[in-house]
Design a protein around this ligand. Structure first.
Ligand code: CP
Length: 333
């Protein structure tokens, strides 16, 4: 299997995902330091990153290739993303010129472009990222868009494989607190991944934080293919009963989307959704704590849990490097 683009895990069959994971395992055991010699990856970060930025650069280097990083407005021209505006503000260059120019310098391009967080339908449809994708005539990687983070999802799948978590076991995606509304990309990607892996997935979230119907429907379609299931509840303790995985994630209210004050009022009383040692009394004794990082200690997840034996967050983060090397190999080798 060769890849043209890596934008959404849902673009691939279960067998194709397993094939990518097998390649990741192979490269982990038998490194290929010259596989991408002479190849160049361009990385455009319209939003901040630690893991994605460092792991893609490290992955290209480990495969013998090179990379360049553009963070618009920080040493390079700020990029305008809107169409139809008079560019008389801070942005000197438009993505309609900037992205094709960058693509012409490399063999594959990765783009990170978070949700605008104003219009739920626009963000759920990934309209902004899809518009950027039309400007690129090279292999393209989604480094996190408004509604997707396929690299994180693939790394999370590998982590579950590494830990021998049975596909039909209970996987709880739980909303956790954060000082402000965060995008839906990671919860949507994690939910779809767990459903496609065959888990019985429960989304545990307070009222006002239900995931959009399109996100739930996509996960249910994946579950139908794999024999898993997808349900949701606001009863966290019941959700966690017997759980083998607790995937903690922050996201913004979908009933107050784009309304920072309304969201803030809603989350003001939700501090008790933090994952603590007590939380695990409801879960299976062997339950793992997953989180994509970065995580706010003692806000989203208690320190005792992050530093404890149930936490696999560092394992997940390391697997970003491992699975992305497989993606790069498929795109460029
Ligand atoms: N999980 C993740 O994508 O991390 P960064 O935002 O640091 O890249």
């Amino acid at each position: 299997m060769s890849l043209a683009r890596f934008l959404d895990l849902a673009d691939f069959s279960r067998e194709e995902v397993l094939d990518l994971l097998a390649l990741a395992d192979r490269l982990q055991q038998h490194p290929e330091p010259k596989a991408l010699a002479g190849r160049i990856l361009g990385l455009v970060f319209l939003n901040p990153s630690l893991r994605t930025l460092a792991s893609f650069q490290a992955g290209m280097a480990r495969l013998g290739g090179n990379s360049f990083v553009i963070t618009p407005g920080q040493g390079t021209w700020a990029l305008e993303t809107r169409l139809g505006v008079a560019m008389d503000g801070g942005a000197a260059e438009h993505i309609r010129e900037g992205l094709p120019v960058l693509a012409s310098y490399c063999d594959a391009l990765g783009i990170r472009a978070f949700a605008e967080g104003k219009n739920l339908d626009a963000d759920v449809s990934d309209a902004g990222f899809k518009a950027m994708a039309t400007l690129i005539d090279k292999p393209l990687i989604n480094l996190e868009s408004a509604i997707n983070h396929p690299c994180q999802a693939l790394a999370d799948w590998k982590t579950l494989d590494d830990l021998a978590v049975a596909p039909r076991s209970k996987f709880v995606l739980q909303w956790v607190p954060h000082p402000r509304a965060l995008p839906l990309a990671v919860p949507a990607a994690a939910l779809h991944m767990a459903a496609l892996r065959g888990h019985d997935v429960v989304v545990a979230r307070p009222e006002g934080y239900a995931l959009p119907a399109a996100v739930m429907d996509k996960a249910r379609a994946a579950a139908a293919l794999s024999g898993g299931s997808v349900t949701e509840t606001d009863d966290r303790a019941t959700a966690l009963a017997g759980a083998q995985v607790l995937y903690a994630k922050e996201w913004g209210s979908t009933t107050h989307y784009g309304d920072a004050d309304g969201d803030a009022r809603l989350r003001a009383d939700l501090g008790h959704w933090q994952v603590t040692g007590r939380t695990f009394e409801d879960a299976a004794a062997s339950c793992h704590l997953m989180h994509c990082l970065p995580v706010r200690r003692n806000v989203a997840v208690a320190e005792e849990v992050l530093d404890g034996p149930r936490s696999v967050v560092l394992h997940e983060a390391h697997n970003r490097l491992v699975v992305q090397m497989a993606v790069l190999h498929r795109l460029l080798a």
